[in-house]
Design a binder for this molecule. Structure first.
Ligand SMILES: *Cc1c(COP(=O)(O)O)cnc(C)c1O
Length: 325
């Protein structure tokens, strides 16, 4: 059976863990700090605050944004329970809004239906690594003064209009659970550009103590700290993220292989309308429709007509299996 998920653990991860074990300093320490700085810089965020799960990252983010008992926070019903349970953990109430049919992410047009006088925030989710419509959600949030906490637990390394997932809201969260994009076994991180939020999250993971003045409790917190063992795994994993993210076959190779195997295929459409002379003469220019231009470089059309036999379908599937193995 092909496993549904498989952590990619190499010698580097194993050596990193062994060296932390031998160092004798296992709990939150310099490796956690290094991991935070590396993830924040990878994502273009000012601050990264490591915690021991994606759930803890969501909980700390809502707390930093000031979500409290009596508030309402809008999220979707099509996600892992943590996206919504963290709202209840703050004593607030999750209000669900439906998803878009094509992206499975929150439908900005449905947020209005869930909105009440008690609404204080929105948790959009980048489900399956696909960014939610951040501009549309930000428009609504700005109009109504709402906090946006991005649940990017499945989306480290993904982006939206040139901005990295995890940085699309005021706070964003990653999970490094064993089946996620990169792993620390259990773990999570908060991204933010706001120094006050960062400090609140650091205190929240440490029973309300500031890391500068220990044994002075500012407010309620938890033990949500990450270990240096976990962080060392994360640092090794992060290095691989660009190459794992870019795993893709070149279109030319796909077309060539399919044709060699007798599978007809086409490219519809290799050039969007606005890049043809006739349309350019009407004033259209390359660069005006970046999504259409990207699609024209990536799409491949496969045979899909009703007279395909089971044998034909098997041959097409086998060709793809061979290319990706
Ligand atoms: C995994 C996940 C979480 C929670 O992360 P944990 O590290 O398991 O606590 C939250 N939201 C989404 C969308 C997730 O996929």
């Amino acid at each position: 059976m092909i496993p549904i998920a498989k952590p990619m653990i190499g010698q580097e991860e194993i050596d990193a863990v062994v060296s932390i074990m031998k160092s004798g300093s296992l709990a939150q320490g310099p490796k956690v700090k290094e991991f935070e700085e590396k993830v924040a810089s990878f994502c273009g965020a000012k601050f990264g605050i490591a915690v021991n799960s994606g759930t803890a990252a969501l909980h700390a983010s809502l707390n930093a944004a000031g979500i409290k008992a009596g508030d309402e926070v809008i999220t979707t019903p099509f996600t892992f329970a943590a996206s919504s349970n963290c709202i209840i953990m703050q004593g607030a109430r999750p209000i669900l809004a439906d998803i878009e049919e094509d992206t499975f992410n929150i439908d900005a047009k449905k947020i209005e239906l869930a909105f009440t006088k008690k609404t204080k925030g929105i948790i959009p989710i980048d489900l399956y690594g696909q960014a939610y419509d951040a501009d549309a959600v930000a428009d609504f949030a700005e109009q109504h003064g709402l906090h946006v906490v991005e649940d990017a637990c499945q989306a480290i390394g993904a982006s939206y209009r040139g901005r990295m997932c995890g940085t699309l809201g005021e706070l964003g969260t990653f999970s490094f659970y064993a089946t996620k994009n990169i792993i620390t076994a259990e773990g999570g991180m908060i991204m933010t550009d706001n120094a006050d939020y960062a400090e609140l999250c650091r205190r929240f993971r440490h029973h309300g103590q500031s890391e500068k003045t220990r044994y002075e409790y500012h407010e309620l917190g938890y033990n949500y700290r990450m270990t240096d063992i976990a962080a060392a795994i994360g640092i090794a994993q992060l290095k691989h993220l660009p190459e794992w993210r870019n795993f893709r076959l070149s279109r030319d190779k796909v077309v060539e292989t399919l044709r060699a195997k007798g599978v007809g295929c086409g490219i519809y459409y290799p050039k969007p309308l606005h890049m043809h002379p006739f349309y350019m003469s009407m004033g259209y220019k390359p660069g005006m429709f970046p999504n259409a231009e990207l699609a024209s470089k990536e799409v491949v059309s496969l045979p899909v007509h009703p007279s395909l036999s089971q044998e034909d379908l098997n041959a097409i599937v086998a060709a793809f299996e061979e290319m990706s193995s």
